[in-house]
Ligand binder design. Structure first.
Ligand code: FRU
Length: 435
């Protein structure tokens, strides 16, 4: 029990936040029958981490969310950790019928005392025949068990005539790839990692094909969240661009001589890797399955394990980032992710700035500065921050090309700021509990 008295702060306007409970990672993101589903790591009975279950909310525009009852409940012997959802359109799992195929969730069971699997994590399955409202756990669970203590966060997608699962051996900095034809029987195929940032646990991976802007080309993107060891300290999300042949992911570029190199959190080489975000608060980023029109939309948990337990309450504890749409852009012989807030966000929600070298603007007390090709954001002094010593901080990112001016789009909410710079080539996302 925390001795500290919780600080209450207003709920965000644009960002998903639970009304009264604890939230961490987004889980099971899927667009199904015209509705966006957001499941998430939830403590249904408290505002601190524990009793992990899947909370549930739905939306038709990714901005206005309806909260629903808990979708997957923890039990006395099992916590429900992160995972993903797919629509099994061909009923490959045989858990529905050809006319009535199921939604299937793959999640990690974290076993507790009383379980014969105590101390391990394994991948389990649940299915829904009513569009995600009610879920039945598969009686043959777990469906994939390596007897490992840190094997978790399955993200499943369809590729050709098979299902592919990426999941982590978190403490080994491995992304494991398995395939299946029925979502139940899984075959090991390959391992990626460690590579680039590996100074913490690898968590919540995602792998998807993505269009290169202005061409017919596509590449594959592997998101690897890690904690600690992120570029801004603590939790962060790095990515690799490469190729995927159905069983193996091959990165286009790996900096450094060995895949085994494991730079620590303050290693300057962290800056030579690819980061989805350069702020403190963008973690467990994963994408929606089956987004229409070929869109690739990601959502992150807007928090950092460095201080997540202590952040002020905003109704419940924690918020999600604004959903972002991704594409790839060619850069220096490689590719870079470009992110924009989803187009459903009204244009006037964003403030636009043009910063010349040496410029500094204050946004509600947050200092945004551009100098020597580096964009920095300093949240110290802009809001409530004395709840944790690690919270007051300044983040920075190099702007590619080092131009004289940089265009910046900023989304400010009651407790956050998200900066999309240089047409979304650089993002910096921070909680700020504005006074
Ligand atoms: C990431 C994470 C996951 C795990 C979940 C537990 O924040 O540690 O690896 O599944 O949170 O809540």
């Amino acid at each position: 029990m925390s001795e500290q008295k919780d600080i209450q702060h207003s709920r965000p306007r644009w960002h998903y936040s639970p009304r009264s409970t604890w939230m961490n990672d987004p889980n099971g993101l899927i667009h199904y029958a015209g509705t966006w589903h957001l499941f998430y790591q939830s403590n249904p009975s408290g505002s601190t981490w524990g009793n992990m279950s899947w909370g549930h909310a739905t939306s038709t525009d990714l901005l206005h969310w309806t909260e629903h009852p808990v979708a997957l409940w923890h039990t006395d012997t099992e916590q429900i950790f992160s995972g993903s959802c797919v629509f099994d359109a061909t009923n490959s799992s045989d858990l529905g019928t050809a006319d009535w195929p199921p939604l299937v969730a793959l999640y990690t069971a974290h076993y507790l005392p009383g379980s014969e699997r105590l101390g391990t994590q394994a991948q389990c399955l649940a299915y829904s025949l009513d569009g995600g409202s009610h879920w039945t756990t598969y009686p043959g669970n777990p469906v994939l068990d390596r007897g490992s203590a840190n094997f978790r966060d399955p993200k499943v997608f369809r590729h050709g005539d098979q299902w592919v699962m990426v999941a982590v051996e978190a403490e080994h900095q491995h992304v494991l790839i398995h395939t299946s034809t029925n979502l139940i029987d899984w075959t090991y195929r390959s391992t990626f990692g460690p590579a680039h940032a590996a100074g913490g646990a690898w968590e919540c991976p995602d792998l998807f094909e993505l269009a290169v802007a202005g061409s017919d080309e596509t590449r594959w993107v592997l998101l690897v969240n890690l904690n600690p060891g992120g570029v801004a300290g603590g939790s962060g999300c790095q990515y690799f661009v490469g190729d995927f042949d159905g069983t193996t992911f091959t990165p286009d570029r790996v900096v450094g001589t060995s895949l085994d190199r494991r730079p620590g959190p303050d290693d300057p080489t962290l800056r030579s890797y690819d980061w989805l975000d350069f702020g403190r608060d963008c973690y467990a980023v994963v994408s929606f399955a089956d987004a229409p029109d070929g869109r690739r939309i990601v959502l992150g948990w807007m928090n950092n394990w460095d201080y997540a337990y202590d952040v002020p309450l905003t109704g419940g504890r924690s918020i999600m980032t604004i959903p972002r749409e991704l594409e790839l852009v060619p850069l220096k012989g490689g590719y870079r992710l470009r992110q924009r807030p989803i187009r459903e966000l009204p244009g006037d929600a964003l403030a636009h700035y043009e910063l010349r070298a040496g410029d500094r603007v204050s946004i509600g007390g947050v200092a945004l500065e551009y100098r020597n090709g580096v964009l920095s954001l300093d949240r110290r002094g802009a809001g409530v921050e004395d709840f944790h010593e690690a919270f007051g901080s300044r983040q920075w990112a190099e702007i590619p090309g080092n131009p004289d001016t940089v265009q910046v789009d900023v989304l400010v909410d009651t407790c956050s700021i998200e900066v999309f710079a240089a047409e979304g080539m650089v993002t910096i996302s921070d909680l700020v509990f504005f006074r």
